[in-house]
Design a protein around this ligand. Structure first.
Ligand SMILES: Cc1cc2nc3c(=O)[nH]c(=O)nc-3n(C[C@H](O)[C@H](O)[C@H](O)COP(=O)(O)OP(=O)(O)OC[C@H]3O[C@@H](n4cnc5c(N)ncnc54)[C@H](O)[C@@H]3O)c2cc1C
Length: 432
């Protein structure tokens, strides 16, 4: 089949790899001059360093994402933890560690939770009891937020603050009182209650764009092509099928099938300008992520990564491989700071680091860079989670949907996007 893929983010990339491997002829069109979409890197003009648009962390359970890297031969660019290990630090500068390496498989995570310091023993037992119920599938999440779910499951405040809330922010990019509990349970089952490898973190040792750098030549070697800096402007529809696609360079392409791998609002605009009668479920609101890069004179950070508790800063990453003294910070669901000035954010987060980490107190800050991704991910509440779009649309039989916003069963993540690309290609068998 001749397939046109709209969008070169992780959903489009994964669809391109999957379709090429199944022998289809792929033409991927991306409007920006680079691939990667919301997960990309760029060269910072002032330092010359390769910087990501925001630190991304993947996990061993990201099987669709890893399938792409294996095909492209870039899997070696990820550093894998042997087992999940995350150090937490709070404002009293007390560190505790969630260490799943003590026992094999999911027992490792359970043992790690039982040993988590800074939390009452009874709270740890309550947490483990809930984890087991999730693993056994005996919990009910229909139409409930994470706050309601954790309240019903009688989770004490200390374990909510020190485990559940950081987990929800990091994986769902949403506050507890808005995030869908169904997605929290999906994350727990897939990532934390699978094998030891599933729960371990994968951290890129390079810029995010390096992971996908071979894609254009890889696709070309299989008879396809990738076109950058070109947008799909219009779909020409007849008899419930997309017959042709009009690009911004004026060219018109005949297609057997189209994979839309663009965000929901972009697809709605494209359908409107094409005069198609397609209707979509109401788009979820977006949740921002604010990322910071701070360059210090000294290499003060010793951990690879740290989760910060009770501060605006939520995660601190050691970026020594890029530059000595460079750290990256993440603020997920950053609604409260996304409107604050860059200088103020840098001042505030630098002060928090010094409060959290004695080793940072004597370091001199050289420079800071703030990246605000206002539309980082769709925010899935219980309502918007329930109505996520399927990959196959009855209204247009050869237009298949991919993207982190579609019904992947996962939060909006690289893995959700990569999974959606594969599932959209699976749907080609339903195209008449
Ligand atoms: C700062 C930040 C941190 C994150 N951290 C993590 C993390 O740690 N772990 C994780 O798993 N996920 C993380 N995510 C989420 C993850 O990056 C996204 O879920 C994923 O990249 C979405 O991929 P996508 O392909 O669905 O969409 P996109 O990446 O948005 O790709 C869509 C592409 O379509 C293109 N496009 C749009 N319209 C057109 C058109 N008409 N014609 C041609 N092209 C078009 C766009 O330019 C874009 O490149 C993070 C996101 C951000 C922003």
């Amino acid at each position: 089949m001749k397939i046109l893929i709209i969008g070169g983010g992780w959903a489009g990339i994964s669809a391109a790899v999957e379709a090429s491997e199944r022998g289809h002829q792929v033409f991927l069109v991306e409007e920006r001059p680079y691939l990667g979409g919301r997960a990309r890197s760029f060269i910072d003009r002032e330092s010359g360093h390769h910087i990501d648009n925001g630190q991304h962390v993947m996990m061993g359970c990201y099987s669709s994402f890893l399938r792409v890297l294996q095909a492209l031969g870039t899997e070696h660019l990820l550093e894998r933890q042997r087992a999940l290990q995350v150090a937490f630090v709070d404002k009293s500068a007390t560190k505790s560690v969630l260490d799943a390496s003590i026992l094999p498989g999911k027992l490792g995570v359970v043992a790690g939770l039982l040993r988590l310091s800074g939390v009452q023993f009874t709270s740890r037992i309550a947490c483990v009891r809930l984890a087991i119920a999730i693993a056994l599938g005996t919990v009910h999440t229909t139409d409930c937020t994470c706050s309601e779910f954790l309240r019903r499951a009688k989770q004490p405040e200390d374990i909510v603050k020190r485990f559940w809330e950081p987990l929800v922010l990091a994986t769902l990019n949403a506050p507890l009182d808005k995030a869908s509990a169904e997605l929290l349970v999906a994350v727990m089952r897939l990532a934390f209650l699978g094998s030891r490898e599933d729960s371990s973190l994968l951290i890129p040792t390079c810029g995010l764009s390096d992971l996908i750098e071979p894609l254009p030549s890889w696709v070309a070697s299989r008879g396809g092509s990738v076109k950058l800096s070109t947008s799909v402007d219009r779909l020409i529809i007849a008899d419930h099928r997309c017959r042709q696609v009009v690009l911004s360079d004026g060219t018109i392409h005949h297609v057997d099938a189209v994979i839309s791998a663009i965000p929901q609002r972009a697809l709605e605009r494209l359908c409107a300008s094409s005069g198609t009668p397609v209707t979509f479920p109401a788009a979820p609101e977006s949740s921002p992520i604010v990322s910071l890069y701070l360059w210090y004179t000294e290499q003060w950070m010793t951990h690879e990564l740290l989760a910060a508790l009770g501060t605006t800063v939520q995660w601190v990453f050691n970026k020594r491989r890029i530059a000595r003294g460079l750290v990256a910070l993440t603020v997920s669901a950053g609604h409260s700071i996304v409107g604050v000035s860059q200088d103020e954010i840098i001042r505030h987060c630098d002060a928090e680091l010094r409060e959290l980490l004695p080793e940072a107190r004597h370091a001199t800050l050289i420079r800071g860079l703030v990246i605000k991704e206002k539309m980082a991910t769709p925010l899935f509440t219980p309502t918007t989670q329930r109505i996520r779009a399927d990959h196959f649309m009855d209204q247009l039989e050869n237009l298949l949907l991919a993207g982190d916003w579609t019904a992947t069963g996962l939060p909006a993540t690289i893995e959700g996007a990569a999974r959606s690309g594969i599932w959209a290609i699976d749907c080609l068998s339903r195209v008449p």
